[in-house]
Design a protein around this ligand. Structure first.
Ligand SMILES: Cc1cc2nc3c(=O)[nH]c(=O)nc-3n(C[C@H](O)[C@H](O)[C@H](O)COP(=O)(O)OP(=O)(O)OC[C@H]3O[C@@H](n4cnc5c(N)ncnc54)[C@H](O)[C@@H]3O)c2cc1C
Length: 459
């Protein structure tokens, strides 16, 4: 690590990594400081015994291929492959879909019995959404407009998005529309080789364009002088810079690392009201070497709840689970299977537990998940040889995100992320925020948007 850089990027999540690469290609000298021992942030993986678990590789829109090609290179884009099928199993319907425009339109008409004009009007409504328009309508109101009282249709349209980013019917329809619109073109995609392969490729690429990457390097202070950033403190050492891109927690960037004295009262009071998305939980299931599991879909959305219900979805009393099944094809040449079950259960409910209660609750979550999954893989217990669970407390511990926020903030956070540099010269934020900039595609694209702002600022 040198004493001075043009730009310090705090955090190696997809937003920070993509911003660093973009700026390095412009010839900027960059330090990327990641507090964890491994890059990737939430887009990460971990190895236990001979199992590799992908934490956040369940599916992303086809747009990720274009973004990877444009901002990382052809060899990245070539690894983006479509998942075969997505299944739904709940008391209102059971179906199999490729989750693309054509199939969704057909399902809405043939299975849900909706008239074609209504379906077309809904898709036109999605296409017409614009971030800069009046965004006061909620997703509930939007659905009610096109499919009044059809909670089965709402569930079909909404459940995957809730799993994807924890958003609810009572949030701005724009945050639903942009994410749904992104997916609803050509289906759902994944990265062949797995998250480990992608992060390794990104690390190599950054090295080749001379980004200095330091892992186990935590930034705990951003120094400001004359209204502009002048340095950061990394592992206790002061490093001078002209600009900082924080890929870490937005509230911590402002309140903890920079200091509220550098921000206007209006900005601070608005920021403090921003809500975070804080309910991701997972159970990781490793399948014994040599055992196989039948094809049950790549993504399986299950629920025992009679209707789509946000409160039930976020409750510790888990009734809905999404299974991502990793067949050997994800890592060609291997013969390994694993399953990652994703659930939502609010941070507050975990945070108030004693240590013993927490341990017991995690164990119960694993047990309940195995019991629920046995419905689809009856031989599961005899072929499973590793399990582990993550809660919002786990995500908080590994990424430093307040309350284990896994999809950044709700919609209201985007403005504060984008306007950071108007408060302190040279201070920028990137990464999952505002729902529409979240997920792999949103975070990577936002990395580029922020990089362009930084470039403009330095010029
Ligand atoms: C369980 C789960 C499942 C998901 N599934 C999907 C999915 O299927 N598809 C999809 O598109 N998206 C998914 N996502 C969301 C997606 O992974 C995230 O939106 C995206 O990866 C976030 O990227 P980011 O740029 O915001 O950075 P983050 O991933 O938030 O990374 C921020 C980085 O900053 C580092 N950092 C923080 N503070 C400091 C500091 N002080 N000093 C140095 N470093 C610091 C952290 O350690 C971290 O590495 C999922 C997320 C989770 C948690």
């Amino acid at each position: 690590m040198r004493d001075s850089y043009d730009i310090v990027v705090i955090g190696g999540g997809l937003g920070g990594l993509t911003a660093a690469r973009r700026l390095a290609r412009e010839g900027r000298h960059i330090l990327l400081a990641e507090q964890h021992s491994q890059l990737g942030g939430l887009a990460t993986y971990f190895q236990r015994r001979d199992h590799i678990f992908d934490v956040a590789l369940h599916g992303f829109p086809v747009g990720m291929r274009k973004s990877l090609r444009k901002y990382w290179g052809k060899d990245f884009a070539e690894r983006v492959v479509q998942v075969r099928s997505i299944r739904f199993h709940n008391p209102q319907f059971q179906l199999d879909t490729t989750f693309d425009n054509r199939d969704f339109r057909a399902k809405l008409q043939e299975l849900f019995g909706l008239p074609q004009e209504r379906v077309e009007a809904f898709f036109a409504g999605i296409a017409a959404m614009n971030y800069y328009d009046d965004n006061s309508e909620t997703t509930r109101e939007f659905f009610q407009r096109y499919f009044p009282g059809r909670t089965d249709v709402w569930r079909f349209l909404m459940e995957p998005i809730t799993y994807a980013n924890g958003s609810t019917l009572d949030e701005p329809a724009i945050s639903y529309g942009i994410v749904f619109g992104n997916f609803m073109s050509e289906g759902v995609y994944t990265f062949q080789g797995g998250t480990d392969c992608m992060i390794e490729m990104m690390q190599r690429e950054l090295r080749s364009c001379a980004v200095e990457v330091e892992t186990s390097a935590a930034v705990d202070k951003i120094y400001v002088a004359g209204g502009k950033v002048r340095a950061v403190r990394v592992n206790g050492r002061e490093i001078a810079c002209q600009a900082v891109i924080s890929n870490g927690s937005l509230p911590r960037t402002v309140l903890e690392w920079t200091g509220q004295e550098f921000f206007s009262p209006e900005f601070l009071s608005g920021l403090q009201k921003v809500r975070l998305s804080t309910s991701s939980c997972q159970v990781y299931i490793g399948i014994r070497e040599g055992a196989t599991i039948p094809y049950i879909g790549d993504l399986l959305f299950t629920s025992t709840c009679p209707e789509y219900n946000t409160d039930a979805l976020l409750s510790r009393n888990i009734s809905s689970r999404t299974y991502s099944v990793y067949y050997p094809e994800i890592r060609p040449g291997t013969h390994k299977y694993s399953v990652v079950a994703s659930m939502n259960a609010r941070y507050e409910d975990w945070a108030k537990m004693t240590r013993e209660e927490y341990r017991a609750a995690k164990k119960a979550m694993i047990e309940d998940t195995l019991a629920a999954l046995e419905q689809y893989i009856p031989e599961l217990r005899s072929i499973c040889d590793y399990t582990e669970a993550a809660t919002p407390l786990t995500f908080q511990r590994y990424t430093g995100h307040l309350q284990g926020a896994t999809f950044g903030s709700k919609f209201d956070g985007l403005r504060y992320s984008m306007e950071l540099f108007k408060q302190v010269g040279g201070l920028f934020h990137t990464g999952s925020v505002g729902i529409i900039m979240s997920g792999w595609l949103g975070a990577a694209n936002y990395g580029v948007i922020t990089a362009n702002e930084v470039d403009r600022y330095l010029n």
